[in-house]
Design a protein around this ligand. Structure first.
Ligand SMILES: Cc1cc2nc3c(=O)[nH]c(=O)nc-3n(C[C@H](O)[C@H](O)[C@H](O)COP(=O)(O)OP(=O)(O)OC[C@H]3O[C@@H](n4cnc5c(N)ncnc54)[C@H](O)[C@@H]3O)c2cc1C
Ligand SMILES: NC(=O)C1=CC=CN([C@@H]2O[C@H](COP(=O)(O)OP(=O)(O)OC[C@H]3O[C@@H](n4cnc5c(N)ncnc54)[C@H](OP(=O)(O)O)[C@@H]3O)[C@@H](O)[C@H]2O)C1
Length: 330
């Protein structure tokens, strides 16, 4: 290690925490920041009157050997469990069973359990939106949205969605340019909770229609609250983009209608509902960027948008940012 100042990591989603874990294991000290009140980003779970709900990532697959080995460790520690839903697909107006052999994982008892466990005792400042990353004579400093300065830091890793990373990478115009070329699509998510369980065997459904993209029965996942029969619905990227500024009430109404048309059983008025807009839900296209680095400056960027736009891609990108940083300092 060349410096005793810690490494700043902006973002406590799976990418930022993947980098943090790898750097911590290699003997570096890190300091994490997140604008939210807790970790997880798009893997966070929202507390609600219907229990904790996974409104973002629904499950994840592990196709890369390194990620698969890590998921096995998470399973051994009780952080994740396999989810084996009764799967359907809805296409051309028809609902059909669509079982497959794919192994799908979920955090237990909620998706956010994974990043919470990864964070452990690592130092973190929540509710701290970083507005600027600037270089002093020797070190990096961060300025938050309240005007407070943080630092000094030896390096900075920006682990936010691409559109939120651009401004933070202004000190490295080449990285900022690459990030600016990555566009991300929105997703409207809705949760509907019913007092009486819906009369359907369906627990997860890949939907191809104008409005919906996916629906899942929350109680079918391990460790979830079963008091109400709660469903998570995701709108398609195109519908979400077209209806970005609709009120939450209107979005709930539209998605409730599409769900009722699709599911093939009676759907009463929900006892509870909520909507959440993910402005930067997924990259519009997959990339092969790994992680971005200006190693001489000491500035790095990682996130799902560097690779597959999935949990696995985000974790791999965080590993790659840490690997590049460590390699440059050896
Ligand atoms: C609706 C939805 C469904 C999905 N479904 C799946 C799925 O089923 N399977 C799957 O594999 N993937 C799924 N994904 C994608 C998956 O959630 C992401 O790929 C992954 O969680 C991204 O992790 P990340 O660390 O790159 O980014 P994020 O999780 O977005 O983390 C970035 C963090 O940076 C913080 N941040 C941003 N700007 C600042 C700032 N200026 N200062 C401080 N902090 C900041 C944010 O608060 C956030 O915590 C889904 C995503 C969405 C939105
Ligand atoms: N809504 C959002 O914002 C999302 C952002 C990022 C990812 N999202 C969804 O995450 C899922 C993760 O993909 P992956 O890890 O590759 O999981 P798979 O289960 O393998 O799904 C990939 C893709 O394949 C189709 N599919 C898979 N299994 C089935 C099946 N049994 N029956 C029918 N179709 C299946 C499906 O694609 P379609 O285009 O056919 O809908 C899956 O999407 C993934 O679901 C992302 O959408 C959301």
């Amino acid at each position: 290690m060349t410096s005793t100042a810690p490494i700043a990591i902006i973002g406590t989603g799976i990418a930022g925490l993947s980098a943090a874990e790898a750097l911590h294991a290699a003997g570096y000290s890190v300091q994490l920041f997140d604008k939210s009140r807790g970790s997880g980003g798009r893997m966070a779970s929202k507390r609600s009157d219907a229990g904790a709900l996974d409104l973002g990532a629904q499950y994840f697959t592990a196709r890369d050997r390194r990620f698969a080995a890590t998921v096995q460790q998470w399973q051994a520690r009780g952080w994740v469990e396999e989810w084996t839903p009764s799967l359907y697909q809805f296409a051309n107006g028809t609902l059909n069973p669509s079982a497959d052999e794919q192994i799908r994982w979920v955090g237990k008892p909620r998706m956010s359990a994974i990043t919470r466990a990864m964070l452990g005792a690592l130092p973190v400042k929540f509710s701290c939106r970083i507005a600027e990353v600037f270089r002093g004579e020797q070190h990096w400093h961060l300025l938050d949205a309240e005007g407070e300065s943080h630092g000094p830091f030896s390096h900075v890793i920006v682990a936010t969605p691409a559109p939120q990373a651009s401004a933070l990478l202004a000190a490295a115009p080449k990285l900022a340019g690459t990030v600016a070329s990555v566009s991300m699509d929105p997703t409207w998510a809705v949760a509907l909770a019913f007092e009486k369980p819906l009369d359907t065997p369906l627990e997860g459904c890949f939907v191809q229609d104008d409005v919906l993209d996916w629906t899942a029965r929350n109680r079918s996942k391990p460790g979830r609250d079963t008091t109400l029969d709660t469903w998570v619905l995701h709108a398609s990227s195109s519908w979400s983009r077209q209806h970005l500024d609709l009120s939450k009430e209107q979005v709930i109404e539209h998605l409730h209608g599409a769900f009722a048309e699709m599911i093939g059983c009676a759907v009463p008025a929900p006892a509870f509902s909520l909507a959440h807009r993910w402005l930067y839900a997924r990259p519009s296209a997959a990339h092969q960027l790994g992680a971005l680095a200006d190693a001489d400056l000491g500035l790095y960027a990682c996130g799902d948008w560097c690779l597959s736009g999935r949990v696995e891609g985000a974790w791999l990108s965080g590993q790659e940012a840490a690997r590049k940083l460590i390699a440059h300092n050896q």
